[in-house]
Design a protein around this ligand. Structure first.
Ligand code: GTP
Ligand code: MG
Length: 210
């Protein structure tokens, strides 16, 4: 693989060039894991905060990432990951957005290492999938590698009429039972941008070196 393409892929700037056939048989996903590991070890971002964004498929993770970076929305499901860095309030934030389809959730653990924060994204407009999101969040909160990670929950898609309120969503996710770490739930919309930076404000405050 040529260095240029590797760098572009690591920066999340290009969709992978592997054919869909290869992706389906798992090779593409394996290739993504190697990239993730390489980047974790030799990444060019020094003294940064690693923010790991997870959540079930369709929650709006990629849309949020692209909103934060002021990129055009792109709506295809993520197979593998996207990666973006940004300077925000004197901190370098490196945001990892990992695909949430059920068949690739077993690969999430490859991305846990050295995550200072877990950003868990939930679709507030789809109450039928909250139990599934809660189950995935509970599993993540039991992961040893994530035990020191702060938790930011984005209650996304607040622009959709009749969506769940932030407090109802927090109840449905059992967030009041989370006692082992600092957490915050932030209503937001990746479509309008409302609430997105408020969530990051909370994160940079709790991640500030003391
Ligand atoms: N109305 C509305 N739609 C949104 C919002 N955020 C995302 N969407 C839509 O929800 C769909 C899924 O968004 P994605 O960002 O691809 O979701 P994802 O979490 O990255 O999904 P995976 O990559 O499959 O894990 C897309 O059609 C988006 O346009 C939002 O805040 N409001
Ligand atoms: Mg995505």
């Amino acid at each position: 693989m040529r260095g240029g393409r590797l760098r572009e892929r690591m920066a999340g700037l290009k969709t992978p060039s592997k054919s869909p056939g290869k992706r389906k048989n798992g090779f593409g996903v394996y290739y993504e894991q190697i990239l993730a590991r390489l980047f974790n070890r030799f990444g060019r971002y020094k003294n940064h905060q690693k923010l790991l964004m997870l959540g079930i498929d369709g929650a709006g993770k990629t849309s949020l990432l692209r909103k934060v970076k002021l990129l055009e929305p792109r709506t295809q499901p993520t197979v593998g990951f996207n990666l973006e860095s940004l300077q925000y309030r004197q901190q370098t934030l490196v945001m990892w957005d990992v695909g949430g389809q059920e068949k690739i959730r077993s690969l999430w653990h490859h991305y846990f290492v050295k995550s200072q924060a877990l950003i868990f994204v939930v679709d507030s407009s789809d109450p039928s999938r909250i139990p599934e999101a809660r189950k995935e969040l509970q599993k993540l909160l039991h992961e040893t590698e994530l035990k020191d990670a702060k938790l930011l929950v984005y209650a996304n898609k607040q622009d959709v009429q009749n969506c769940l309120s932030v407090s109802d969503l927090a109840d449905m996710l059992d967030l009041s039972l989370v006692e082992d770490r600092e957490w915050h739930v932030q209503g937001c919309s990746a479509s309008t941008g409302k609430g997105v930076y408020e969530g990051l404000d909370w994160l940079v405050e709790v991640l500030k070196p003391s």
